[in-house]
Structure formats: C-alpha cells, structure tokens
Design a protein around this ligand. Structure first.
Ligand SMILES: Nc1ncnc2c1ncn2[C@@H]1O[C@H](COP(=O)(O)OP(=O)(O)O)[C@@H](O)[C@H]1O
Ligand SMILES: [Mg+2]
Length: 139
C-alpha cells in the first residue's frame, strides 16, 4: 500500500502520469472516492501518461458509462456513477474490456466490486482540508 498526498489538481494529474508508466495491458484500476474527490482528474493523468492525445479533454463519461482512448495501450474509462442497473454493463459487454488487453479505469468501482476480476489496482481518494487529497494505492 502506498499513500500520497496531493495539494493541487496538477499534482494529482502528475501522480496519474507516474502511475501510467507502471500499468500493464489487461490491468484494471478501480477508483473509489466521493464526488469531486479527483477520480477523473487522476484518470486524465493516466491518459496523459499513456500518451493519449488531448488527454485534457478526458472527462467523466457519466452518460455513456464508457469512453475509449487511444494511447500506447488502449484506455477504457468507465464511470459507474449513473449506472441504473448492472444489466447496462452486460449490454456494453464489459467482460470484453475487463478481461481484454487494454487498461480499464473504473470510477465508482466500489459499486460493481462483484463484477471486477479478482486482481485489480485499488485506489481510494479522500478529500482532506484545503484542496489536499489523500490517495491510497493498494496492489
Ligand atoms: N489535489 C487535488 N487533486 C485533484 N483534484 C483537485 C485537487 N484540488 C482541487 N481539485 C479539484 O477537485 C475537482 C475534482 O474533480 P473530479 O476529478 O471530476 O472528481 P471525481 O471524478 O472524483 O468526481 C476538480 O474540480 C479539481 O480541480
Ligand atoms: Mg468523475
């Protein structure tokens, strides 16, 4: 388990970039943390680190559940927040993504823990005082 404190949005993006360098194809990054904690911000950094062009346009894919980005490895960005039912995930064929060769980043992963493959990288983000964020990474 590693714990980081970031004091700015930019620092969280930097952390995402650093993290991206350690990610292998087929990995799942499960992001857990309240609204506004920085899940999407961290994902932007991961996208940047994977060489996704225009990674600054990475935003919460709330209405489509998933967005795909082309980087050194394919990046699949999930947002479970507005998911009405787990059936919607079946409809998009989530298993192809979760068990495929790309990197899956899942916001609100705690809502679908049962569907996640056994192994995933769990990242919990907490809002501290000021703009600080505590980011815990568990392998
Ligand atoms: N240290 C920090 N790390 C990440 N985001 C921060 C930080 N400080 C302030 N922010 C702000 O908090 C918000 C995080 O939003 P976002 O990443 O969309 O959260 P989530 O996806 O978890 O709902 C952004 O407006 C960002 O600018
Ligand atoms: Mg978000």
């Amino acid at each position: 388990m590693k714990t980081y404190i970031t004091k700015t949005r930019e620092a969280t993006i930097k952390l995402g970039e650093k993290l991206a360098r350690t990610l292998k194809g087929g990995q799942i990054v499960a992001l857990i943390g309240e609204l506004g904690s920085g899940k999407t911000t961290l994902t932007k950094g991961i996208a940047k680190g994977l060489g996704v062009k225009n990674s600054r346009y990475v935003n919460s894919p709330s209405f489509v559940i998933i967005k795909e980005y082309r980087g050194k490895k394919p990046l699949y960005h999930f947002d479970i927040f507005r998911l009405d039912s787990v059936k919607d995930l079946d409809t998009i064929g989530y298993e192809e993504y979760f068990y495929g060769n790309g990197i899956c980043v899942v916001e609100w992963a705690d809502k679908i823990k049962k569907l996640l493959p056994k192994k995933y990288l769990e990242i919990k983000i907490k809002i501290l005082k000021n703009n600080d964020r505590k980011i815990k990474i568990r392998k």
